[in-house]
Design a binder for this molecule. Structure first.
Ligand SMILES: Cc1cc2nc3c(=O)[nH]c(=O)nc-3n(C[C@H](O)[C@H](O)[C@H](O)COP(=O)(O)OP(=O)(O)OC[C@H]3O[C@@H](n4cnc5c(N)ncnc54)[C@H](O)[C@@H]3O)c2cc1C
Length: 405
């Protein structure tokens, strides 16, 4: 156990571990990662690991392009394993109204130099024979999209941070942020007090709980997302483009000889993490397979393989959502030295290499390296943010993840 650090990062998921790594490589500050359970063991390893480059805003596209480059260079730059495949993806509109969204996507993508094009349903079927042409209105191919092994990213960043001098403290839960005169003094943990002038709340599903325990408000809510991994399927090659069906919000990508698939369902569940036991582990989260089967039936004409392939793994995690579908990155409004790295909106693992880097630069230099105002908690004003309103908006963002109208 340590008594002090220059920066404490709470949480060793993708966002916390990446931030700690870039802090450790960027400065001589003493960085500590505090993790209530095992390193990188909660939502991050349960993700789909899809890198979706055509985001809804220019800022997010710039950040995800930076992240994709780092994912490809991960092993060379960081010295830790990370398996990835640049398979590209097919974004599919079944309705005319969603085809219009694809036209906007194409313009935005081209303006960022992304490899995007509209292709015919037949061409899409040739690229991925598991996608049938029935009911397809418009298909966009995104050549830049890729996927990676989600279990390797957070652990890789954490180990690399350690290699650069950071201290990893697993099984050490932060119970309170110590604040005096509006300034961070350190944290209290289940293993004692640690003094530090800067604390990063990257506690994933517990971000709000960690902040609120010390009177810091943050407008985000915790939801659940789950997926199936199938048994091997003949001809399910790793290079087949991923498929996203916009209105159903169903996604599918190759995975170890079979497929991995999931859905952003109409009525996501939201959780108050105070209702869980202090030792709760996300591996014990109750899942609901029927949700996935319902949407497999919805897209049966396009992706019949989802109903046919035997399931070998059913997993889920607890991402955080915000009212506008964007992350919360940067300093808290009222407490000096307290930063957020959260509000992942079910897309935080792939972009963690970029967000971790820009947040580390912000902490070290005192100013963000690019304009991150759209991700700042300040954009929500002073609050309060009534939970029912927040949940309604967050549920809409979740269901409309692919931009369907
Ligand atoms: C099924 C599913 C599919 C997904 N697919 C994708 C995808 O394709 N692409 C993508 O980019 N993202 C995807 N995501 C989202 C992605 O998983 C998250 O955005 C990302 O993992 C969030 O990382 P995190 O660091 O915020 O959270 P976590 O990985 O949960 O890390 C937070 C850590 O903080 C720790 N912690 C909490 N409280 C404390 C405390 N008091 N003291 C110390 N430590 C604490 C926790 O134990 C945990 O380890 C998916 C998520 C799910 C569930």
């Amino acid at each position: 156990m340590i008594e002090s650090a220059d920066v404490i990062v709470i949480g060793s998921g993708g966002l916390g571990a990446a931030t700690a790594y870039y802090l450790a490589t960027r400065s001589t500050r003493r960085v500590a990662i505090l993790e209530r359970l095992e390193i990188g063991s909660q939502t991050s390893p349960r993700a789909a690991g899809m890198v979706s480059c055509l985001r809804k805003s220019d800022l997010m596209i710039s950040l995800i392009k930076m992240a994709a480059t780092r994912i490809k260079q991960f092993s060379a730059d960081i010295g830790q394993p990370l398996d990835w495949v640049q398979s590209g993806s097919l974004k599919v509109a079944r309705r005319v109204v969603d085809a219009e969204v694809i036209q906007d996507d194409l313009l935005r993508g081209r303006s960022h130099g992304l490899d995007v094009e509209e292709i015919s349903p037949d061409a899409a079927h040739r690229l991925n024979p598991f996608l049938q042409t029935t009911g397809l209105a418009t298909v966009m191919r995104i050549g830049d999209d890729m996927y990676f092994n989600p279990a390797q990213l957070a652990v890789g960043f954490a180990r690399a941070a350690q290699g650069n001098g950071a201290v990893l403290l697993p099984n050490t839960a932060v119970t309170r942020i110590l604040i005096a005169d509006g300034e961070v003094m350190g944290v209290e943990t289940t293993r004692g007090r640690i003094d530090a002038p800067i604390v990063v709340d990257a506690a994933g599903a517990w971000t709000r709980q960690v902040a609120e325990a010390s009177g810091i408000q943050v407008p985000l809510v915790t939801t659940a997302q789950q997926l199936f991994v199938t048994e091997p399927v003949p001809d399910a090659r790793a290079e087949l483009p991923m498929v996203r069906i916009m209105d159903a919000a169903v996604y599918m990508r190759p995975c170890e000889g079979g497929f991995l698939w999931g859905v952003y369902e109409e009525s996501p569940r939201f959780f108050d993490m105070n209702d869980f036991d202090a030792n709760f582990d996300i591996k014990d989260l109750p899942l609901d397979a029927e949700v996935l089967w319902r949407y497999a039936r919805d897209v049966e004409a396009q992706l019949p393989v989802l109903l046919k392939a035997a399931v070998r793994e059913h997993r889920g995690g607890l991402p955080t959502m915000t009212a506008d579908g964007q992350h919360i990155i940067g300093p808290a409004r009222t407490i000096r030295g307290f930063y957020f790295a959260s509000g992942c909106n079910v897309a935080g693992l792939s972009i963690a290499p970029a967000l971790g880097d820009v947040l580390a630069a912000w902490i070290v230099d005192g100013v963000p390296p690019i304009d991150l105002a759209p991700l700042s908690v300040d954009r929500f004003g002073a609050g309060p943010w009534p939970d029912d309103e927040l949940i309604t908006k967050a549920a809409w963002q979740y269901r409309h993840f692919y931009g369907a109208r």
